[in-house]
Every structure is written in structure tokens, then in C-alpha cells.
Design a protein around this ligand. Structure first.
Ligand SMILES: NC(=O)c1ccc[n+]([C@@H]2O[C@H](COP(=O)([O-])OP(=O)(O)OC[C@H]3O[C@@H](n4cnc5c(N)ncnc54)[C@H](OP(=O)(O)O)[C@@H]3O)[C@@H](O)[C@H]2O)c1
Length: 274
């Protein structure tokens, strides 16, 4: 990765988190270039990271071995169509982090025959704890796959899927997943406050418990179900809470929620691909 020229089209939040992760991991600043139209943002990126920033996206493509498309999903079609000539001339590896846009649609907009890795990242990438699903089309070779993986691993973990359609389920699990955990934290915090706890204490106890549970589950040889059983003494407080959740049909609610998110991901891909 140290020798690869890495270009970004779009220098927003997600690009900045990837650039920060790449530089922390030892990528030389002179190997990174960003295409970004907003002058304030250009200045911020130059000052924060010491990298080259331009408003000429075609120049970014001409200079780069790998180009990361980091614009909003709704902007992607116009951006790819405008850059089709430059992409066909230099044929870089294209990595798209735009949620919901299928590589087949990008391929069509760009004129075909491009090596594309489509990524479904998530917001904890902003703090270096992302979980991303990756799909490579048939033009991507092993070295390019390794490069894409190394870039995403600069901000978390990366998991490959073999069919692009699997990214809809990835979207429902890890893409939208942070919001499910935030919702649970929000509900635990507000229940604690409702029953008399100070809000700062409620938040700290809730967030540290979420972090601790995730760390324990990641470091343990046992799965979440076994760890749950271990904290659930017969007749105890945890059992009372979990019985209440079962009676409220929480397992069915979660499964329905995952199905709803997966279906919405399929619908959005159709809408964004038109
Ligand atoms: N944020 C996340 O954690 C997250 C999670 C999953 C997926 N993603 C995906 O990551 C992508 C980027 O998200 P983000 O949150 O980083 O968005 P963002 O902060 O809005 O960044 C997009 C950047 O692209 C710039 N831009 C717009 N048109 C451009 C053009 N023609 N050429 C070059 N740059 C252009 C925008 O400039 P202006 O502001 O001037 O328009 C903005 O700076 C999205 O596709 C999103 O689906 C993000």
C-alpha cells in the first residue's frame, strides 16, 4: 500500500476518516490526493493532513492507482458519468463507499470494464472502529483486493462477500446496526432517568456497559448466547429482564427490523441506479 497512489473523489467526513487512518498506518501524505469542490473544505484537508487537494477530479484519477468514490450516493451518478472518459483512460481500481449504489450501475455510468470494489462502511469508522462489507467485481485482481482491504482496515475491520446482493444484509446488520445499539442505549438511559438516576450517571453506566459487553464478546471464545447465559442466574435480576423482553417479543421485533432494513436497501439500490 505504501507505493500506491490513492485518490479520493469527495473530501467529506468519510474520506477524512479514511485519510486519517491511512496516514496513521504509515501511508505517505504525498501518495494521497483529494478532489473536493468546497474551498473551505479544501483548505481544512490540506492543513489537517498535509495532502494535495484539487477541484479537478479528472486530475485525481489520472494520478491514482486506486480511486475512492466518497461523495453522497445521490451525487455519484453525475460524478461517475462526468469522469467516464478519465476512468476509461487510466482504468484505476475504483472503490465506492457510497451506500446503496450497485457496482453494475456504476459500471454502466462509467462505460464498462472497470475493476470496482463496492464497500458498505459504517459510522464507527469515524473513530477507527468501523465494520465494512466489501464486494469485488470480476475485473478486480488479487493485488487490488488486498489493496482495498488494507485501505478499509485503516479504519476498522473488513469482511468480503461473494455476491453483491449480500451487501443488502450487510447494510441491515453493520451499516444500520450502530443505530440499533444507539437506540438500545437511549432506551436504557431514559428508563434509568425515569426511575430516578442522574442523567450523567445513567449515560456513563449505559455506554460503558455497551463497550464492555462488546469487548468481552470480541475477546471471548464463547458466543453472545453463552455469555448471556453466564450472567443469567436462575431467579435473578437478569433473568427477570430477559423474560420480560421475551414476553414483549423482542426476538421477533429484531428479526422483522433486519428484514425491513434489507428490503429498504434493495429498494434504494433500484432508485439510486436509475
Ligand atoms: N458518514 C458515514 O459514516 C458513512 C457511513 C456509510 C457510508 N457512507 C458513505 O460515504 C459517502 C460519503 O459520506 P460522507 O458522510 O463523507 O459525506 P459528506 O461529508 O457529505 O462528503 C461528501 C463530500 O463530497 C463532496 N462533493 C460533492 N460533489 C462533488 C464532486 N462533484 N466532486 C468531488 N467532491 C464532491 C462534498 O462537497 P460539498 O459538501 O461541497 O457538497 C463533500 O465534501 C456517502 O456516499 C455515504 O453513503 C458514509
Amino acid at each position: 500500500m505504501e507505493n500506491s497512489k490513492i485518490g479520493f473523489i469527495g473530501g467529506g467526513n468519510m474520506a477524512a476518516s479514511l485519510i486519517g487512518g491511512l496516514l496513521d498506518g504509515g501511508a505517505p501524505a504525498e501518495n494521497i490526493v483529494v478532489g473536493e469542490p468546497n474551498p473551505d473544505r479544501q483548505q481544512w484537508l490540506e492543513q489537517k493532513f498535509g495532502i494535495a487537494v484539487t477541484d479537478n477530479n479528472a486530475d485525481v484519477i489520472a494520478q491514482s492507482d486506486v480511486v475512492i468514490m466518497a461523495v453522497k450516493p445521490q451525487q455519484l451518478k453525475a460524478v461517475v458519468e462526468a469522469l467516464a472518459g478519465a476512468l476509461q483512460t487510466s482504468k484505476p481500481l475504483l472503490i465506492s463507499i457510497a451506500a446503496g449504489v450497485r457496482q453494475t450501475d456504476m459500471q454502466r455510468w462509467a462505460g464498462g470494464d472497470l475493476a470496482i470494489v463496492r464497500v458498505m462502511p459504517n459510522t464507527p469508522a469515524l473513530v477507527g472502529a468501523g465494520a465494512a462489507g466489501l464486494y469485488a467485481n470480476g475485473f478486480v485482481d488479487d493485488d487490488q483486493k488486498a489493496l482495498a482491504q488494507a485501505i478499509l482496515q485503516a479504519v476498522g475491520i473488513a469482511v468480503w462477500v461473494t455476491e453483491e446482493s449480500e451487501l443488502d444484509l450487510v447494510t441491515a446488520i453493520s451499516g444500520s446496526g450502530p443505530a440499533y445499539f444507539f437506540f438500545l442505549m437511549e432506551l436504557m438511559e431514559s428508563a434509568a432517568v425515569k426511575h430516578g438516576m442522574d442523567i450523567d450517571q445513567a449515560r456513563l453506566l449505559t455506554l460503558e456497559t455497551a463497550l464492555g459487553a462488546a469487548k468481552l464478546a470480541l475477546l471471548s471464545d464463547e458466543g453472545p448466547a453463552e455469555l448471556r447465559r453466564k450472567v443469567t442466574s436462575p431467579g435473578g435480576t437478569t433473568e427477570a429482564a430477559l423474560t420480560s423482553m421475551q414476553e414483549g417479543k423482542l426476538p421477533e421485533i429484531i428479526e422483522l427490523a433486519i428484514c425491513a432494513a434489507t428490503e429498504r436497501s434493495r429498494e434504494l439500490a433500484k432508485e439510486l441506479g436509475e
